[in-house]
Ligand binder design. Sequence first.
Ligand SMILES: Cc1ncc(COP(=O)(O)O)c(C=O)c1O
Length: 430
Amino acid sequence: MSFRDDLHEASEWAASYLDKVATLPVAADVRPGHVRSTLPDAPPEQPEPFADVLRDLDDVILPAITHWNHPRFFAWFANTGSEPGILAELLIAALNVNCMTWLSSPAATELETTVLDWLAQLIGLPREWHGHIEDTASTATVAALAAARHERPGGVVYASEEANFSVEKAARLIGLEYRKVETDEQFRMRADFSLDDATAVVATVGTTATTSVDPVPELAARCADAGVWLHVDAAYAGSAAVCPELRWCLDGCDRADSVVVNPHKWLFTPMDCSTLWTRRPEALHAAFALVPDYLAATVDAIDLKDYGPALGRRFRALKLWTVLRMYGAEGLRALIREHVRLAQLFASWVEAEPRWEVAAAHPFSTVCFRHTQLDNHELARRATASGEVFLAATNLGGRSTIRLAIGNARTTEDDVRRTWEVLRECASAQ
Ligand SMILES: Cc1ncc(COP(=O)(O)O)c(C=O)c1O
């Protein structure tokens, strides 16, 4: 078989997978060690044909996959391996460029700065900011805190008790003390804590549990007065700002020092792609720029390796470019609006049902809700065991709560309706 034949088989496999994914059990039902025990102990001595790889993909791997591309995957923050993103990933591997310096791939560097400018326009961030792509928000936050530490070493990183744990991890990695700030009754960070010993504040737009939005305008004003770096973690909800009616969620971000948004969460871009902007690129540069003898600095151009932890950098811009072009701003807005509509619809069903309640405000596509008399962790587990849906639970104010996080481009109203039926069936059986 030639490479072209194999390519044809791989694309057939991908297309048929997406055709049937909605019929597969969403979450894998396997025990730890199962996959390892069915794989050979050692790598093959002789080359194997691609057909054998595809066969094992079907027989061994697929049954143990939890299908993030399933339209009824509603756990954590659901996302989409969209068709434009899948096509681009293939081309990225074919090109295989390493976008570390401008010289190492001029097109990759300039496409990256261009798509970050495009996305800044789409979500209303200042166009003059520096923007680049990191693998994940975790890494983007490490980069932001490293820049903050360069400006003001030795202080404390403040974030709310609802901030994602990746923020604490980043502070630990950078060697800064981390302190949690209390939230108000709507799970938003209180803005009245002392900044005397602060190096940085991390505000969240769309917290992981409830998608609450911290008071960025107040925090930005206070941080500016105190000379403290404000990083905004808009990993999930920042994508909502492509819709003018949801752009309020980024209010005040133009006065922050850095902002991260994850297209691999709610902008239909396959893992991984996290976009980081800063109005103070010189601080990132001071934190990260090192010029070894073998990689001379480029004159009159930007070397993206100097703005984050990684030297080797994937050509992720090609993926984001393809997504932005093939959906167009209108296509992205239509999907985001549909997800928000479905979330509001689901919340209205919960509110109308006796013994069920909505547990938090739901401005985006995620609804926290609970059965008032049952163990909601158990309920989510049973619903997931049905194979029809994948739901995760958390604790909110000490009470178990289920989250319905809508984020897959293939999710329809029927999927959300079926999920509600499954939940009610499980509740009456419990
Ligand atoms: C609000 C928030 N910030 C950051 C992260 C971390 O994102 P990543 O997996 O890209 O590091 C998450 C993950 O879900 C999140 O919910």
